[in-house]
Design a protein around this ligand. Structure first.
Ligand code: NAD
Length: 250
């Protein structure tokens, strides 16, 4: 049975009012990445890094999902077990949209993690002040559950398994809102027989000739077209893109 894997980045949440990192006006215009998002920075100044993520978490509280998050949730409802959602994002907008089983490659802002025993739990939109105790082991080594630069990202295993599955099952990879600078999405796309890309504009790190379809527009505008394509793809039998060609361009 054919499956779809969605792989998204900060761009999918931009229309919901969450800053991307690298676009003009993005977070890196205000912060230096290695001062707030690296293992070294956290060792140097724990409070500063916790405060950065507290601010991001508070901003998240009032944010609502947009048409692109809802599109993924609707496809999951329509095609149970055949739409896997993988994101680099640490926000909770897919969950708010009703998505199930989202794989957060870089962690989740609304969760905390114990550095001593590894326990992970939900904290909603509350601040972490650095004196909290782990509810499981009692250690005072509680931190944000976000993968920073120079840290391990255990969920990448799930991504690699999903890519293998796409290759074996003639599946489709839909990439939305990522510059390809953190994850080599162009390389990943080669695993999938069908590949769709949606970004605001072409990115240096992504050779879009690798993709069968590219849509350079806001994710919210692309969402109905992606939904239509996904619907045809998942409804189709073997050996065709629902009567369409794999290199269809909208
Ligand atoms: P990025 O900031 O490097 O790139 C953003 C990409 O989104 C660009 O390719 C841009 O063309 C595209 N984009 C911008 N607005 C868009 C829109 N409305 N519709 C479609 N595409 C749009 O983001 P990245 O590649 O995800 O890498 C940054 C890292 O930062 C990731 O690890 C991510 O976890 C993290 N991050 C997450 C959030 C979040 O959770 N919402 C926000 C900022 C950064």
């Amino acid at each position: 049975m054919r499956n779809i894997v969605f792989l998204s980045g900060a761009g999918i949440s931009a229309e919901s009012g969450i800053s991307t990192f690298r676009d003009a006006g993005g977070l890196w215009d205000t912060y230096n990445v290695m001062d707030v998002c690296s293992a070294e920075a956290f060792r140097r100044n724990r409070q500063f890094v916790l405060a950065f993520y507290n601010k991001r978490r508070r901003e998240l509280a009032g944010k609502a999902p947009n048409a692109a998050h809802r599109m993924v949730a609707e496809l999951q409802r329509e095609f149970p077990g055949r739409v896997l959602n993988i994101t680099q994002n640490i926000d909770d907008l897919f969950e708010k949209a009703g998505c199930q089983g989202t794989v957060h490659l870089h962690g989740e802002l609304t969760k905390a993690r114990c550095e001593t025993c590894g326990h992970i739990w939900s904290i909603g939109y509350a601040d972490l002040v650095g004196t909290e105790l782990c509810p499981r082991c009692g250690a005072a080594r509680v931190r944000h559950h976000v993968v920073m630069f120079n840290e391990q990202a255990p969920e990448y295993t799930r991504l690699y398994e999903a890519l293998d599955g796409l290759s074996a099952d003639r599946g489709m990879l839909v990439v939305i809102g990522t510059s390809g600078l953190v994850l080599p999405v162009e390389e990943f796309a080669r695993y999938a027989p069908y590949r769709v890309l949606n970004n605001l504009e072409p990115q240096e790190a992504i050779d879009d000739r690798v993709f069968s379809v590219h849509m350079y527009e806001k994710a919210g505008d692309a969402a109905p077209k992606i939904a239509e394509l996904a619907h045809h793809f998942l409804s189709a039998g073997r050996g065709g893109l629902g009567g369409r060609r794999a290199d269809i361009v909208f």
